[in-house]
Write a protein that binds this ligand. Sequence first.
Ligand SMILES: Nc1nc2c(ncn2[C@@H]2O[C@H](COP(=O)(O)OP(=O)(O)O)[C@@H](O)[C@H]2O)c(=O)[nH]1
Ligand SMILES: [Mg+2]
Length: 463
Amino acid sequence: MFKTLSGRLSGVFDGLAKRAVLSEADVTEAMREVRLAMLDADVALPVVKDFVNKVREAAVGQEVLESISPGQAVAKIVNDALIEALGGTGVAPLHLGTALPAVIMMVGLQGSGKTTTSGKLALRLKLRERKKVLLASLDTQRPAAQLQLATLAEQAGVASLPIVAHQTPVEIACRALEVSRREGYSVLILDTAGRLSIDTALMEEIRQIRDATNPVETLLVVDAMTGQDAVNTAKSFNEAVGVTGVVMSRMDGDSRGGAALSMKAITGASIKFVGVGEKLDALDEFYPERVAGRILGLGDIAGLVEKAADKLDHEESERLAHRMMAGKFDLNDYAAQIRQINRLGSISGILGMLPGMGKVKEALEEKNLDTSILKRQQAIISSMTKAERRTPSMIKASRKKRIAAGSGTTVQDVNILLKQFEMMSTMMKRLSRFGMEGLIRQGMSAFMAHKAGQDPSKGSPFR
Ligand SMILES: Nc1nc2c(ncn2[C@@H]2O[C@H](COP(=O)(O)OP(=O)(O)O)[C@@H](O)[C@H]2O)c(=O)[nH]1
Ligand SMILES: [Mg+2]
């Protein structure tokens, strides 16, 4: 996701950041590149225009151009504008309202991921919100669709509406509502039928279901891989039935990501969740700040800290996050981090979250090297003295030779490691200058709550 966009935007801002003085013409030129990069990433044209105008207006102000580091100031403006385009600070909560059951209607084209997302959402509500969920398939278009949902419900350990042949979608919806009331379900998720393309019959069917069940949320599921088409789909659905939230599925694929940047502007609704795989637990909340940070190559420290909370040595993760925040990260920490990464197994997802590691990740993926590089790096660091690990800058030629010999690697390998570490340190400094400490702390607090064994639903996105 966002790979090309991220690469191009970081390029633009690295260029700006190097210059002590910026003119209005420099900003205009940079904005021209931003515009092209966004269009290439499939962001909708009106969204791009609006974005570039806003940033330009804010950036050519005197305080910015005459500030000490104008390049950084402009990048900060772009960061803020990205966050806004992605829906603003914080997660957009799923509203469950007060009526029982809370009806959530899933809409979208065929194959967009509605049925899978219905199952994921049911599991999430059951586990995190302790809700009693009923799943109902209104898909009478495809013969196996109702069975597909029933199977997912079984896997998730939630109930699904018994299948009755020959009922219309509206009849099924009304039956689901009755069963929910009678049997005390607090949430009813309606999985509607899609079509291959937008048509009036589909929209009419969804309107009827909506009128019969009065959903508190109408979630549009769009496939992130469909680019500009996702934008058109969102527009049509929103105009026809009104959308209260968006779920972007297949964010695990390598789409160009533009659709995510367009959704809010096109529908007025925020992205509430993203699908990141086929399994039932592959549904994440959507944090605009973190995504903006990733697009600008700042990494996703908060996301990393949260993953760490789930899967890693808690004390160690806490210590590392603290040191990152304090800018005290040294080679010992780097080695500790490599150990943690090894524990996680899949490294490329984690590397993408670390500041400055995006390029390393690409290199790994290209060469398909995976963990062997990390093992080598660990060996190199083990061959260093304590002092060297604390102050890597003291590692000059003769020390490099000794370390290479000690670890069975070459001086070139040692150089690569040192270069990578330096890159990471620079990115971390840059990150703190972006004023993202708050973001890191936010991740930290989620982590602390987790660690202390407090109620995990505290601070949850559901209301
Ligand atoms: N990789 C990936 N696949 C997904 C995701 N969401 C759904 N799918 C897959 O997309 C296909 C179509 O999904 P489905 O839920 O049946 O779509 P529907 O027609 O809208 O109900 C299935 O094979 C799903 O496993 C996702 O977030 N990531
Ligand atoms: Mg389906």
